[in-house]
Write a protein that binds this ligand. Structure first.
Ligand SMILES: [Zn+2]
Length: 483
């Protein structure tokens, strides 16, 4: 069997966080009634002229800097010609020969602790298209009617094109996580896939290990989550292997990912760039950016993830690994900063609760932090209850889940649930004596030398007290009573 190497490049489209559209004053607000944010420019009426949104350019420069790209002093808008019902002009204003930024890179942290550099070919400005809304069916097949909503038409987009540097579906996922994180820290985009503010297409090919030339690449579209991107790539790689194993050739084409069926389906033959008949947009002058503009954007750049990793290491003495886990999602890092300001104890305690318990919960429930009810003051309140020995760490773990789900205060939950830690020596001693009396066999074995059985009695005590016994006190009392 031939062994193959996977080659992946990703094209990410992200909405830029501007108030108005790319070439007109219409609002970009998501979730408005259909066709309420439109005008002659973004619906492509004859004679309407585009006016470039300066803020979109500033955000593109900012993103370019965060992606370590060169910012081109001169870039040109071009018409990309194709017909589609949601594209009233029958062309999209994009950039082709001269993009606003190019030749950057990002550093991906890999699970083995090393880093991988992934090249960014270019990040260029373009406008989004409108949206088709099919009635009576999920997709276009079987729809009884199709409507067009132009609210999204001409919303500013940045298309970030990577070099074909990714070698597995997992690396592609890590790259997506990293790009999302960079976009959020640079505050250029909300970058959420649910609202279509981040979309991703993947170019996937395989080649025999050791071969220099790339194999024939297939573009995959319609992946609606990061998880879907990872799965679709795995499925496509397997399909290409089977095609080659059957002695056939991989065809260059665009395929759609069908999540329910777990396969990719041919959509159309891959178009080449010359099929779009690109030419410079005659209604817009070349975009000129001077050093002063770039310097201003650089000065306004918010604290980026890598800077925050360094700050956490220096200020709180946490490991680089923990700092990276903490900063991957900006919402989690912001939460940590807010909690650290409120908490008087060792900040590493917050790190531990966030990186293990909170992130573990989010992963299991497939949620974002913002979708839970937990706030920094609530977490700090709970940590205070552990510190003053009102509750045990074990009880706190259960409490945390309740707070994440309901937003109730830890103090209230403790009072309502009678969860206060048992620190009364007399009360606990009585319970342990009862347990020892109820297990004469184990007690005899312990006394005849099987001292590991102490753990058994600790477990019984914790079970009996529903986790409320103070563990140090249980140990201390057992040592005394078993002696
Ligand atoms: Zn408009």
């Amino acid at each position: 069997m031939t062994e193959y190497e996977t080659i992946i490049g990703l094209e990410i489209h992200t909405h830029l966080k501007t108030k108005s559209k790319m070439f007109c004053a219409c609002s970009t607000e998501f979730g408005q009634p259909p066709n309420s944010n439109i005008c002659p420019v973004c619906t492509g009426q004859p004679g309407a002229l585009p006016v470039l949104n300066k803020e979109a350019v500033s955000l593109a420069i900012r993103c370019g800097l965060a992606l370590n790209c060169t910012i081109n002093k001169k870039s040109v808008f071009a018409r990309k010609n194709y017909f589609y019902p949601d594209l009233p002009k029958a062309y999209q204003i994009s950039q082709f020969d001269l993009p606003i930024t190019q030749a950057g890179f990002v550093q991906l942290p890999l699970p083995d602790g090393t880093e991988k550099r992934v090249g960014i070919t270019r990040a260029h400005l373009e406008e989004d298209a409108g949206k088709l809304v099919h009635q009576g069916a999920e997709g276009i097949e079987g729809a009884t009617a199709s409507h067009v909503d132009f609210n999204r038409s001409s919303v500013p987009l940045l298309e970030i094109v990577s070099e074909p540097d990714l070698r597995s579906a997992e690396e592609a996922r890590a790259y997506l996580d990293k790009i999302k994180s960079i976009l959020q820290y640079a505050e250029v985009s909300e970058a959420n896939m649910e609202e279509g503010k981040l979309r991703c297409d993947a170019n996937v090919s395989i080649r025999p290990v050791g071969q220099k030339e790339f194999g024939v690449k297939v573009e995959i579209k319609n992946m609606n989550s990061f998880r879907a991107v990872e799965r679709a790539i795995k499925i496509e790689v397997e399909r290409q292997k089977q095609v080659l194993a059957a002695g056939q050739k991989v065809v260059q084409e665009t395929r759609s990912y069908d999540e329910a069926a777990g396969r990719t389906v041919s959509m159309r033959g891959k178009e080449e760039s010359h099929d779009y008949r690109y030419f410079p947009e005659p209604d817009l002058l070349p975009l000129l950016i001077d050093d002063a503009w770039v310097a201003q954007v650089k000065q306004d750049l918010p604290e980026l993830a890598e800077q925050r990793v360094k700050r956490y290491q220096e200020a709180y003495g946490i490991s680089a690994y923990d700092a990276r886990v903490l900063t991957l999602d900006k919402a989690v890092a912001d939460f940590f900063d807010a909690a650290a300001r409120l908490y008087g104890g060792d900040k590493k305690t917050i790190v531990n609760w966030l990186t293990t318990d909170v992130l573990g919960y989010l992963k299991n429930e497939n949620l974002e932090l913002g979708q839970t009810k937990l706030t920094p003051p609530q977490l700090v309140e709970m940590l205070g209850l552990i510190d003053n020995q009102t509750i045990s760490g074990k009880i706190a773990k259960d409490l945390l889940v309740k707070i994440l789900q309901t937003g109730a205060s830890a103090q209230k939950l403790v009072e309502q649930g009678g969860l206060r830690q048992i620190t009364d020596e007399g009360e606990l001693q009585k319970i342990i004596q009862e347990i020892l009396a109820a297990h004469p066999k184990q007690l005899e074995q312990y006394r005849s030398g099987k001292t590991a059985l102490k753990g058994y009695f600790v477990g019984e005590t914790m079970r009996r007290t529903k986790g409320q016994a103070s563990p140090p006190l249980v140990n201390q009392l057992l040592d005394r009573l078993l002696a």
